[in-house]
Design a protein around this ligand. Structure first.
Ligand code: ADP
Ligand code: ASP
Ligand code: MG
Length: 244
């Protein structure tokens, strides 16, 4: 497959927080598909849902953790993949939703902060050959034993970068609720500036000082595999920030 033809598009929680936003995001993926791209979408849970699930667990256990908590938390992303794939189908685009495990993402057994140990994306490749848009649940995989494990908070970014590397995508688009990477958190200050392009090293530094716009681990993985990233806003078509 022509490398530049494949794009991984990741939509964060605020970008799939309600049905209207899911439709808006699905239209972006549909447009790219119609322009001739092969599309793998990675989605987070609807905004706030992961925290709500954590709250639920707190009602039945003082310190929820481990395998059972991961089974619960991973459910949020499953809501998003199904809704997103249905939204694409309503737009006339063939789509298939895959959990992390179905997508071939194997992890170690460090529940709550699992490391990806292998990716066997045969099912993704097959669906792409069938001309489908593939919608993968971020933030999750499964151990060799088949137990669901989550990758740590903000982990959908990691899923997106790991899939972009494994599938040799041309680049990875990270859709979020701001227009790119800024010199500081645009919510805290009005004197910030949007950055057009930034190196992996400089972006990693920014993430270490708390810029949660991209998860630190995902940036380290992107640097290792030279995955070009375009951080963009879900709600308009403006050029965002390139990390490369
Ligand atoms: P998503 O749900 O799409 O993954 P996040 O909430 O994880 O989004 O990250 C986006 C948020 O990161 C923005 O809403 C913004 O407030 C925050 N942020 C912090 N530092 C920066 C920065 N330097 N540039 C852009 N956004 C930043
Ligand atoms: N839903 C997960 C979280 O809230 C993963 C993500 O959004 O990237 O941390
Ligand atoms: Mg995030």
């Amino acid at each position: 497959m022509n490398r530049a033809k494949l794009v991984v598009m990741k939509f964060g929680g605020t970008s799939v927080a309600n049905p209207e936003r899911v439709m808006l995001a699905a239209r972006k993926a549909a447009k790219a598909k119609k322009a001739g791209k092969k599309i793998v979408v990675v989605v987070s849970a609807p905004g706030g849902m992961t925290d709500d699930l954590l709250g639920l667990a707190n009602n039945v256990h003082p310190k929820p953790a481990g395998r059972e908590l991961d089974t619960l938390l991973a459910a949020g992303e499953q809501v998003s993949i199904a809704l997103f794939a249905l939204a694409l189908e309503s737009l006339g685009i063939r789509a298939v939703s895959l959990t992390g495990s179905q997508a071939g993402i194997t992890t170690d057994g460090h529940f709550g902060a699992a490391e990806i140990t292998a990716i066997r994306p045969e099912k993704i490749r097959k669906a792409l050959r069938q001309n489908k848009v593939v919608v993968v649940a971020g933030f999750q995989g499964a151990t060799k034993e088949g137990d669901i494990a989550t990758l740590g908070r903000g982990g959908s970014d990691l899923t997106a970068i790991a899939l972009a590397a494994a599938l040799k995508a041309g680049h990875c688009e990270i859709y979020t609720d701001v227009e790119g990477v800024y010199t500081a958190d645009p919510r805290d200050s009005s004197s910030v500036k949007k950055i057009r392009s930034i190196s992996y090293d400089a972006m990693i530094k920014l993430a270490k000082t708390g810029a949660k716009v991209m998860q630190l681990k995902s940036l380290e993985l992107a640097r290792r595999h030279k995955v070009a990233i375009h951080v963009k806003c879900s709600f308009n078509n403006k050029e965002g920030t390139w990390i490369k």
